[in-house]
Design a protein around this ligand. Sequence first.
Ligand code: A3P
Length: 317
Amino acid sequence: MESSHLNDDYDSSLPKEKWWGNLELHQFHGYWFWLPSLQAAQQIKNNFRPLPTDVILASFPKTGTTWLKSLLYSIVNRSSKESLILNHPHELVPSLEIQVYPHHLPSSDISADNFPPAGSGIFNTHLPYQFLADNVNSSACKVVYVTRNPKDTLNSMWHFLGKSKSPETKPWTLDVAVDKFCRGVVPFGPYYDHVLEYWKESLEKPQKVYFITYEELKNDPKTQVKKLAEFLGCPFVGDDKELEVEMVVKSCSIETLKNHEVNKSNDSPSWSPVPYNSFFRQGEVGDHKNHFKSEMIERLDAITREKFHGSDFMYGI
Ligand code: A3P
């Protein structure tokens, strides 16, 4: 993103479209944002100076962020079992745009000196790569990007929004959800552009950006955990390494995490209208087949072929 920025009246000048219930998204630099995320994006751009040891977990919403939060936290901290029992993964790894640079903080309270909070080390963001490029490239920090096939991503988003307790929102019908997703009008969308930007960056700078898919992780979590640890510069070594990897995989599995009291809670965190437990649903590959009509699948596959396969990224069908 060039240094053109958002000014105080940007909300009235940007294209906007209804997304879900009464909520509107605003289009900026080709992407659709909920206004608070856009305000946070500006704060991040101006103030986020990652340390060389920081890890930025980037993702499009509903692609496995919660899983990767648990895994990265466990890989970096190793003896993290207790922390995962007592804390929701979203509180161990804060979101830059929701928890670290929340839009409602007055600018005067945000300065490079007191944000991000000292010692946290791993942050997550849903911002497209171009919004972060200057920040992450000015530091030796590393970026891990997780993606998931578009149909399961949308399916997960549709179920997730169905759990919202927000009074301004009504159920999002699947027909509307598919249409909005295909046209890119979902928060941080278009999904396809978001994924391709990070994928291309991971090819150009493999030491900087690690690209992983939800399906690869499901298929062989141990191998992927080892690779992630190597990428982050903290490989598993020694006689117990297989056991350690196994413990990380097990303590971060959806079956384990779902059963911790903190993750079962029906309360909503202060930063989200959805309850803590809504971040853990099925965690399966292919669940969209149980909900999507064949014409929905065909429409999504056609876009996947055009956008992904047309860019030589053979993924998503
Ligand atoms: P489903 O709705 O398909 O079950 P995000 O964390 O980006 O919001 O993505 C949420 C999706 O990841 C949900 O998918 C959720 O169930 C799944 N998920 C959460 N924790 C997981 C884990 N530990 N392992 C596998 N999938 C997980």
